[in-house]
Design a protein around this ligand. Structure first.
Ligand SMILES: *Cc1c(COP(=O)(O)O)cnc(C)c1O
Length: 313
């Protein structure tokens, strides 16, 4: 993987009975194949941040996340590849008290650790105050100077990187769809879109703050909307219907989805197709933003609850 050259993912058409019935074409941009751990939009979001950190002669990267965060593991692996030390503030102080067991059970943190990331586990209370000046200063005293990458990796440089997800040929699509977490990825897609295209975001979490976040990055562009009915109860929440949907989708298309982001987006897209939201002949491009590394952790939870697991190929 190279952070200095252009990366383009292929668009793969998927064939499902409902698409055929409604005469809608659906393509998936396979950003998930960029790297097993620096997948999809996390590669895009890190690219210019890593270049900036190099320019500033920083030797280390500092960031935050939950215990299954795609962003944490992506930063650890990308940092290692690009020659940075990496530090991660992880939500959940209980995880640090039994680190060996945590690393054994949690593939995300294990991979980050293997790639040299140093962790500081903090309580949920402390995590909320993570951006306070006092906390960051304390960590600098402990670890030395570093470049700060925000939670989820979203900032202006991240949005610049996400603008590179789309290429010239993608202007033929009527709709471009993406899962939404912090809003950085969809902002890049909106900025790179043509006026006659519509961008639909599928938030993976509840709340009304996202539109304001996105507006900060996309200026006056108005060709976008959020479909807020597909968060399945909130961030990292899912149910058996979603897991079954993901397993059926994988069986029919050969494409894996995660239940945090891309599974919810595709559930939403196909539900909208079913409800005749798109006219005949519509061409949709859905961005597969990655996140496959998280499936192992979810399956661990499902196993403990004695529920249907996500089938991995
Ligand atoms: C982080 C992530 C997102 C959300 O991206 P934002 O830029 O935060 O909106 C979507 N999909 C996957 C797989 C992710 O890891």
């Amino acid at each position: 993987m190279n952070f200095n050259s252009a990366v383009e993912s292929k668009n793969q058409q998927v064939f499902l009975p409902v698409l055929e019935e409604k005469k809608v074409e659906l393509f998936i941009k396979r950003e998930d194949l960029i790297h097993p751990y620096v997948s999809g939009n996390k590669f895009r979001k890190l690219k210019y941040n890593l270049q900036e950190a190099k320019k500033l002669k920083k030797k280390a990267l500092f960031t935050y996340g939950g215990a299954f965060s795609n962003h944490i593991v992506a930063t650890a692996v990308a940092g290692k590849i690009a020659g940075f030390k990496t530090f991660g503030i992880i939500r959940g102080d209980e995880l640090g008290k039994k680190l060996e067991q945590t690393l054994e059970e949690n593939a995300t943190l294990r991979e980050a650790h293997k790639n040299g990331m140093k962790f500081q586990f903090v309580s949920r209370e402390q995590y909320r105050q993570k951006l306070s000046f006092g906390f960051v200063e304390k960590m600098k005293n402990k670890w030395g100077d570093f470049y700060v990458i925000p939670e989820g990796g979203t900032n202006c440089l991240a949005v610049d990187g996400c603008e590179e997800i789309l290429n010239k040929e993608d202007s033929e699509f009527n709709y471009i769809c993406s899962a939404v977490g912090t809003g950085g990825t969809i902002s890049g897609l909106i900025n790179a879109s043509k006026k006659n295209q519509k961008i639909i975001g599928f938030p993976a979490l509840k709340g009304n703050f996202l539109s304001e976040e996105i507006k900060k990055y996309v200026g006056r562009k108005k060709n976008w909307s959020l479909q807020k009915a597909y968060h399945f109860g909130g961030y990292a929440k899912y149910d058996e219907e979603l897991i079954t949907f993901i397993n059926n989708f994988t069986a029919e298309t050969g494409i894996l989805l995660d239940p945090i982001y891309t599974g919810k987006m595709l559930f939403g897209i196909l539900d909208l197709v079913k409800k005749d939201t798109f006219s005949e002949g519509t061409k949709i491009l859905a961005i597969h933003t990655g996140g496959i590394q998280g499936i192992q952790g979810i399956n661990h939870q499902l196993e403990n609850k004695n529920q249907e697991l996500i089938n991995v190929l």
